[in-house]
Design a protein. Structure first.
Lengths: 113, 111
């Protein structure tokens, strides 16, 4: 298994909803990442988990809450989002820490109404 | 913050032509990565470069880590329709630093 999977593929939510994005990898990677990508722009780093501990938070608003239940899973809990949060949310993983090459999942396309 | 200057921004080429794109920076990078992203998908790693001067191929793709460590290029030979997509360069300043992405090169292949 050499892939990062993400669910759901698409998500539409209202500004008062609570939803979660899920990411899973079974490559034994110990670092996992959340990126946000707006149309025609490169991915922007949001969070990094290294060995199941949050190691980087790129000043992301608290309406985004990451969670790493174990070394294979990464969640992103969403609450009270704004329409400008609509984007493609990408998960990535790497074997070790930031020094290792990152592999991306297919992303969850989020639309906030 | 640190920036990568990726060019060209977009390319329109005929099938069968060779393609060249590059990234430059005013800073020295320890790692250069090239990703391809197709619509609705995440970036897929094409080539990773870890040493200055390194030249690496992956099928019809060839990438080089510049000697000065401030640039990298990606060449695609004999382009085919499935090469269409956005190509991102990415680099790491330090071995334990986050990835910085270029703005991408959008490749179009004319029929």
């Amino acid at each position: 298994d050499t892939e990062v999977t993400q669910t759901p593929k698409h998500l539409v939510m209202g500004m008062t909803n609570k939803k979660s994005l899920k990411c899973e990898q079974h490559m034994g990677h110990r670092a996992m990442y959340w990126y946000k990508q707006k149309a025609k722009k490169p991915p922007e780093l949001m969070f990094v988990y290294s060995y199941e501990k949050l190691s980087i938070n790129e000043s992301v608003p608290s309406r985004f809450s990451p969670e790493c239940p174990n070394s294979s899973l990464l969640n992103l809990h969403l609450h009270a989002l704004q329409p400008e949060d609509s984007a493609l949310y990408l998960c990535a993983s790497s074997q070790g820490g930031l020094e290792e090459t990152q592999y991306f999942g297919p992303g969850t396309r989020l639309l906030v109404l | 913050g640190q920036q990568l200057n990726q060019s060209p921004q977009s390319m329109f080429i005929q099938e069968g032509e060779d393609v060249s794109m590059n990234c430059t920076s005013s800073s020295i990078f320890n790692t250069w990565l090239w990703y391809k992203q197709e619509p609705g998908e995440g970036p897929v790693l094409l080539i990773a470069l870890y040493k200055a001067g390194e030249l690496t191929s992956n099928g019809r793709l060839t990438a080089q880590f510049g000697i000065t460590r401030k640039d990298s290029f990606l060449n695609i030979s004999a382009s085919i329709p499935s090469d269409v997509g956005i190509y991102f360069c990415a680099g790491q300043l330090l071995r334990d630093d986050k990835i910085i992405f270029g703005k991408g090169t959008r490749l179009h292949i004319l029929p």
